[in-house]
Design a protein around this ligand. Structure first.
Ligand code: NAG
Ligand code: NAG
Ligand code: NAG
Length: 478
């Protein structure tokens, strides 16, 4: 790292310090600032910082920031927005000047946030399809593909994760009956169909790929320790999930598909379940990482699993706000503290929220969460950005895909931090002040320091370049 304090005279050139000014984006709980650019800050020397960044100590690389592209989100974007409003929204979400989101999670069947119950091989009552001859990517998916392609054009670095909520009803036992909503409500995977289901999942991956949409990662099952009774879902014990990981891993290999397998995809408080899956050494060979949701326990569980399985990666894949809980300020603070700073300081490679869009009543849904809040709300032909939008944007605007989390002092007074070094060698820092009073703070990178006053209940994202690019290069003329 270069920390030239004075212009250097080298071979007749003057090289100025390689640190740029610092750009700042600010959001405050009172909504006076919403991802608002602040005047650039400058470096000084000769002091020490309250928060010290150490770029020599690196942790995980960041893979993506985004939300789930649910059937409900696709429906609202397709049917409830004009194409001009839709393009404007997609730019606000995925464009460089917007939130710059770079990851989506696609439910690979209906979920609760859907306009119907579906898989891609639904059969009439009493029929099965062992050779998957009736497999066809469901129309709900194909209808949404033009939007996905538009997203990919706006955000070429888009990472895509897929997650099934249920296998087709005929592959399940203990469901609520084939006559009832295609048999995909409740129940578990019947062991006689495990290998067929693995084939089915590879067919879905290939179908998306045929539209230029490559799934980088997949979780094997959304919330496998939960049995929903009014929307698609499928419980799997840790042993069943290990077994499925082996079958899916082999099926992917057979087809030369690079989609990485993640397991658990469920809450922090049952993280022991993830370690039970990984205890199967055969399954562990096929498993890239563990995915977590926020609806129980504490984010520190991610570090516990990482400590037990250091070669496995940690993904944070789901959390949703509800329309009835909290207000902008408290939701902003909770999300940034737990899902941004807490998650990333506990090895999370992704920051993913639940539905990308819902309407102002939390619709459409076929069951499950009746009052979830989307990242944006689409109502009356318009969209509005919710606290979730700003939470995600504070990360995705400054931490690029492939950035490393680097060491930084976790806390000074009421301000917490997380820091990154990006693939282009720029640096970034996110601070959150979860208090009613402003806090004056100094940040140290190497032996350069800048100061900033964090307003009460605020989040700020800082970025600067401090790489080997010399900013100025002037020939001395004497
Ligand atoms: C999983 O589903 C099966 C079949 O419906 C049911 O018997 C079992 O109780 C469920 N397990 C859990 C943990 O809910
Ligand atoms: C791993 O799971 C497979 C499939 O269920 C099983 O055959 C095998 O015995 C398990 N291995 C271990 C070590 O538990
Ligand atoms: C980033 O910095 C490292 C070390 O100084 C250097 O090797 C690398 O080429 C730089 N990368 C870019 C994209 O500037």
């Amino acid at each position: 790292m270069h920390n030239l304090l004075l212009p250097l005279l080298i071979l007749g050139h003057v090289f100025y310090p390689a640190y740029s000014t610092i750009q700042v984006l600010l959001t405050t709980g009172d909504k006076q600032h919403l991802l608002s650019p602040q005047p650039n800050l400058i470096w000084s020397t000769g002091q020490s910082g309250n928060i010290i960044i150490d770029t020599t100590k690196t942790y995980q690389t960041m893979e993506g920031v985004g939300a789930s592209f649910t059937d409900s989100a696709a429906y609202l974007m397709n049917k409830k927005l004009s194409s001009a409003h839709r393009t404007a929204l997609l730019n606000e979400l995925f464009g460089k000047e917007g939130a710059n989101l770079n990851m989506i999670r696609i439910p690979l069947s209906s979920s609760d946030m859907a306009t119907a119950d579906f898989t891609s091989d639904d059969m009439p009552q009493g029929k099965s399809d062992p050779l998957l001859e009736k497999f066809k990517l469901n129309k709900h998916h194909t209808d949404s593909i033009p939007i996905l392609q538009e997203i990919k054009n706006i955000q070429p670095e888009l990472s895509i994760m897929g997650t099934p909520w249920s296998a087709p009803g005929w592959m399940k036992s203990g469901n609520r009956g084939w006559w009832f909503r295609k048999g995909i409500i409740a129940g578990t995977l019947n062991e006689i169909w495990v290998e067929v289901y693995a084939e089915y999942l590879t067919k879905i991956i290939e179908a998306f790929a045929s539209y230029g949409l490559v799934l980088d990662t997949m979780t094997l099952q959304n919330e496998p320790a939960f049995t929903p009774w009014d929307y698609a879902g499928m419980n799997l014990t840790a042993e069943q999930e290990a077994n499925l990981a082996i079958s899916v891993g082999k099926a992917l290999q057979d087809r030369s598909l690079d989609t990485k397998i993640l397991v658990h995809d469920h809450n922090w408080d049952i993280a022991y379940r993830a370690t039970r899956v990984l205890e199967n050494a055969t399954a562990a060979q096929f498993i890239h990482g563990i995915a977590f949701h926020c609806y129980g326990g504490d984010v520190s569980a991610q570090s516990t699993v990482k400590a037990a399985y250091p070669d496995k990666e940690i993904y944070f894949t789901e959390c949703s706000g509800t329309l009835s809980s909290g207000n902008f300020l408290s939701n902003l603070m909770w999300n940034v503290n737990n899902l941004v700073i807490g998650n990333i300081r506990n090895w999370g490679k992704t920051v993913m929220l639940w539905s990308l869009a819902l309407d102002k009543k939390g619709n459409p849904n076929v069951g499950g969460c009746k009052n979830c809040r989307g990242v944006v709300t689409i109502s009356n032909g318009k969209f509005t950005k919710n606290e979730e939008y700003y939470v995600l944007a504070h990360v995705s605007r400054v931490a690029q895909k492939g950035s490393y989390r680097v060491e930084s002092t976790e806390r000074y007074q009421t301000v917490r931090s997380v820091a990154f070094i990006n693939p282009d060698n720029s640096s970034s820092l996110i601070l959150c002040n979860d208090a009613q009073n402003a806090v004056h703070i100094s940040i140290q990178d190497d032996n350069m320091v800048f100061t900033y006053t964090m307003p009460s209940n605020s989040v700020a994202s800082f970025s600067w370049t401090q790489d080997s690019l010399f900013l100025e290069n002037k020939r001395l003329i004497y």
